[in-house]
Write a protein that binds this ligand. Structure first.
Ligand SMILES: [Zn+2]
Ligand SMILES: [Zn+2]
Length: 193
């Protein structure tokens, strides 16, 4: 059984939680929980780089790992969803970060909002729906990394690397057949430990 905790300072829309559960249920038995944690923005701002005007995602991820207590009896993954803009050294920004095969991931939502891109990039979809679709993709992508998946060359696969919001909109909110197969092997192997 896989347990996924989606932790945010804002309520995560129900259809996002349901979609994540539905996709993962094809890999393993899964429970997805949504938790509110109001102090998350304050945590993130501790790692705010005032020169860049963004949060340092790597430092924040290490901090969140240090405060997350993961059960050693079940396979548990934590995805923190935070409405700020973040970077890792060498990249202008990131939509999320995760440790490969780790327990903790972070998704940054500020750049998933269409308001951020208006003027640069237009798309004729209801912005609230667009935000929910992008959030599903980024949560599944970072969860995929925590389940040992690396980037996928299939640009429709949720595990493809997104260099821009256009890439995020192009990919589907699902794993390709190959990534799905890998996930099944990884999860069943982990269950035997
Ligand atoms: Zn990635
Ligand atoms: Zn794939």
């Amino acid at each position: 059984m896989l347990r996924v905790y989606i932790v945010s300072h804002l309520p995560v829309p129900e259809d996002v939680i349901d979609h994540v559960g539905e996709v993962l249920s094809r890999i393993s038995g899964v429970d997805v929980y949504s938790l509110l944690m109001e102090e998350l923005v304050d945590f993130a701002l501790q790692f705010y780089d005032s020169v860049r005007g963004q949060v340092n995602a790597e430092l924040l991820l290490s901090f969140l790992k240090s405060i997350t207590r993961v059960s050693s009896y079940t396979l548990e993954k934590y995805v923190y969803v935070i409405d700020v803009d973040a970077f890792v050294p060498g990249l202008d920004f990131v939509f999320g970060v995760a440790e490969l095969c780790g327990d903790v991931a972070v998704v940054f939502t500020l750049r998933l909002r269409q308001e951020f891109w208006n003027g640069f990039y237009r798309i004729e979809v209801d912005p609230r729906r667009l935000f929910r679709e992008r959030l599903k993709k980024e949560i599944l992508h970072e969860l995929g990394h925590t389940l040992c998946l690396e980037h996928c060359p299939n640009r429709r696969c949720v595990m493809s690397f997104s260099n821009s919001i256009i890439d995020v909109d192009y990919k589907s909110a699902d794993f390709c057949v190959e990534c799905l197969g890998k996930l099944r092997r990884i999860v069943s192997w982990r269950h035997k430990l």
